[in-house]
Design a protein around this ligand. Structure first.
Ligand SMILES: [Zn+2]
Length: 291
């Protein structure tokens, strides 16, 4: 089956993906969204309980996940809001120092979804985040919108500020090029999916209606089935993970067994999101399909 089969006219342009580096059968892109306390701050002051959940992710869950990634030699990507990076600079520096191949990418200024902002407000916040990242010594080229919710303004800003890719949209299984104003843009989408996000299964809000799915075997089987299908199609398998969710003792085995299976199968390229995006850009340039 072609990687581009079923493509729709949704504003994107298909990109070539294969051959993957090292002749791999599949590309696997792992991401940690290091939100810290910012999702709760989007509406109000976090409670002590919420802050403690963020602390758990930083103190325990993140390092448990890092250990798994490093054990399989995976490149991976951390998406961080700029204000969280500023507050937890030491944590992130340690990540960069201790991980063999980690990419630090932008998750916005804070965790307010761009769809809740006016275009002017969004630009002001985007520019503020750029200044903050630069002041801390980071120059992200990848972006994930808070709550997977970018706007057309977001995509224009990413192009304007020279970003290589976005990773917030769900228009295809494989990476694709995003267009703006009717032309193909040099901005790649590394697509996400709700079913590939641990928050879909393991999140919990006591006073709201969000409850964990509970059956971890179901999650593992779903991810395993998706991985196997992506492998058959020679495609991309991407995961969005949160250290305070899948990083818990109760959940980590879901991921560990999946990674063990990948290692046992062999032929897996664990690329950082930027590596995946640039790989597709390179292939497109070689095939002269890039504009
Ligand atoms: Zn987030």
């Amino acid at each position: 089956m072609s990687a581009l089969a079923g493509w729709g006219a949704d504003g994107g342009v298909p990109l070539p993906t294969r051959p993957w580096p090292d002749g791999a059968a599949i590309a696997v892109a792992l991401s940690l969204d290091l939100d810290y306390e910012t999702p709760w701050e989007a509406d109000r002051t976090p409670t002590l309980l919420e802050t403690s959940r963020s602390d758990y992710g930083a103190r325990v869950g993140m390092w448990r996940l890092v250990e798994l990634f490093e054990a399989v030699g995976a490149g991976w990507t951390a998406f961080i809001p700029a204000i969280a990076l500023q507050r937890h600079e030491g944590d992130v520096r340690r990540l960069v120092d201790e991980c063999a191949n980690v990419e630090i990418a932008s998750h916005g200024l804070d965790h307010v979804p761009p769809t809740k902002l006016t275009p002017g407000d969004e630009r002001r916040r985007f520019e503020e985040a750029q200044v903050l990242f630069a002041s801390l010594g980071y120059a992200p080229v990848g972006y994930r919108a808070p709550s997977f919710d970018p706007t057309p303004t977001t995509l224009s800003l990413l192009e304007e500020f020279g970003y290589v890719y976005d990773s917030s949209l769900m228009g295809a299984d494989e990476p694709y090029s995003l267009s703006s104003e009717g032309r193909a843009a040099a901005l790649v989408e590394v697509p996400v999916e709700w079913t590939h996000d641990d928050a879909t299964y393991f999140s919990m809000e006591r006073w709201g209606s969000i409850r964990p799915v509970g059956d971890h075997d179901s999650v593992r089987h779903l991810w395993l089935a998706s991985y196997r299908r992506a492998r058959e199609e020679g495609g991309l398998f991407q995961l969005t993970l949160h250290p305070d969710l899948v990083g818990r003792r109760s959940c980590i085995d879901v991921l560990k067994r999946l990674l063990d299976q990948m290692v046992s199968d062999g032929g897996v390229w664990f690329g950082r999101h930027v590596d995946v995006a640039q790989h597709c850009q390179r292939l497109a340039e070689e095939k002269r399909e890039w504009t």
